[in-house]
Design a protein around this ligand. Structure first.
Ligand SMILES: *Cc1c(COP(=O)(O)O)cnc(C)c1O
Length: 369
């Protein structure tokens, strides 16, 4: 069998036929490239999809996280140096957003699913803690009912990092509707991806939504009256139009990702590999298929020799990132996060992966060692 790429973006884009190019063409011909009808339409559709009353399109997932924290900080009068709890195993943006908002990220350990839990967050709670950021890592939703109850008991706000989990839900309620705010990324490789950068904030709180809009618009509510030192962060019309087309297929795409995960769970030798979620495929939307093995690096080389692309999410914990060494507070050891960094390997998973490709990957993997 020939080369199996990690994510064939060109083929995925082509699978929409002329729908995407027609959407782009409509924007090109409209004369409106920012803050137009395509954005308003997508914001409304995505808010409806997430079951959140408000959605604000922004320029990236990092901005969605940062602007959410800046809005919380302003609306609730937090001070510079107040603390926000983040998982030690996540993409670096989760913590960088906290730093950029003038707050201090505090790392807590993750569990057997790679996720932050209220129990781990409790162990790093301090008098300066203001918020917690559960990350729905790999597409698996964090335990949101428990997080909301715990946060309420301690007077904290909850910001969901839903950058990897578009379409996931907990007890029938979508991620992005649980926290006080939620941040999404539309980076091309995400389950809902644009043809460039993009992001969105969802929230049930009109005041927080309004603050994100103002902060993303140079801190101005009305033209040329700048109330806050804001930034420029926009989801442009081309990306918004593309995302509206792709949103229609998101549930079907996520169902296919789950099918691929079920094939892996059937085909892989469980005495050799620790499968994500013990082989359960009902909770995650499988942005990634993160398995664990003590032979991770040798396995990755072996698969590359057999023309199967894999990636590691992520090879370093937050505390191992030089960029965060001066800013991240690490009151507790994070052994589980360290285990994920040493043992995790992500196999190809996407809506176009076929049964025969997955069977081939499983055969090659079961013959390893
Ligand atoms: C992708 C991602 C982000 C950042 O999104 P960008 O659009 O690349 O800025 C943040 N958090 C997590 C968990 C992500 O996977």
């Amino acid at each position: 069998m020939c080369h199996i790429p990690f994510l064939p973006l060109q083929r995925l884009t082509a699978s929409y036929g002329s729908e995407l190019t027609e959407a782009v063409q409509r924007v090109v011909q409209s004369g409106y490239y920012l803050n137009g009808e395509a954005l308003a339409e997508f914001e409304q559709q995505f808010a409806h999809y997430v079951q959140a009353p408000h959605c604000v399109g922004v320029a990236s997932g990092l901005d969605a996280l940062m602007l959410s924290l800046m809005a919380m900080k302003q609306c609730y009068d937090w001070s510079d140096g107040d603390e926000v709890i983040v998982p030690d195993m996540t993409f670096v943006a989760t913590a960088l957003a906290v730093v950029r908002a003038g707050l201090v990220p505090v790392s807590a350990d993750v569990d057997d699913n790679g996720l932050l839990t209220p129990e781990a967050a409790q162990r790093v709670l301090s008098a300066r803690t203001r918020a917690v950021v559960p990350v729905h890592l790999y597409g698996h939703p964090a335990p949101m009912p428990a997080f909301m109850a715990w946060a309420e008991a301690h007077g904290l706000l909850v910001l969901e990092d839903a950058a990897q989990a578009h379409g996931a839900s907990v007890g029938g309620r979508p991620v992005g509707s649980w926290g006080h705010m939620a941040a999404f990324s539309f980076y091309p490789g995400k389950n809902l991806g644009a043809l460039g950068d993009g992001g969105a904030v969802t929230t049930a709180h009109p005041q927080l939504a309004e603050h994100v809009r103002i902060l993303a618009n140079y801190g101005a509510r009305q033209k040329y009256k700048h109330e806050y030192p804001g930034i420029n962060s926009r989801l442009d019309e081309v990306q918004a139009a593309v995302l509206s087309v792709k949103l229609r297929r998101l549930d079907a795409d996520n169902a296919r990702r789950r099918q691929v995960a079920a094939w892996y769970a059937q085909g892989l030798d469980r005495s050799m590999y620790r499968l994500p979620y013990g082989g359960d495929v009902t909770q995650s939307v499988f942005h990634l298929y993160p398995l664990r093995t003590s032979q991770r690096d040798a396995l990755q080389r072996y698969l590359a020799e057999h023309c199967i692309d894999t990636l590691i999410h992520y090879p370093r914990t937050l505390r191992q990132q030089p960029a965060l060494s001066a800013s991240l507070r690490t009151p507790q050891p994070c052994q589980q996060a360290q285990c994920w960094a040493e043992h995790e390997l992500s196999l190809p998973i996407h809506p176009l992966l076929t049964l025969s490709e997955v069977q081939h990957i499983c055969e090659v993997m079961n013959a390893f060692g």
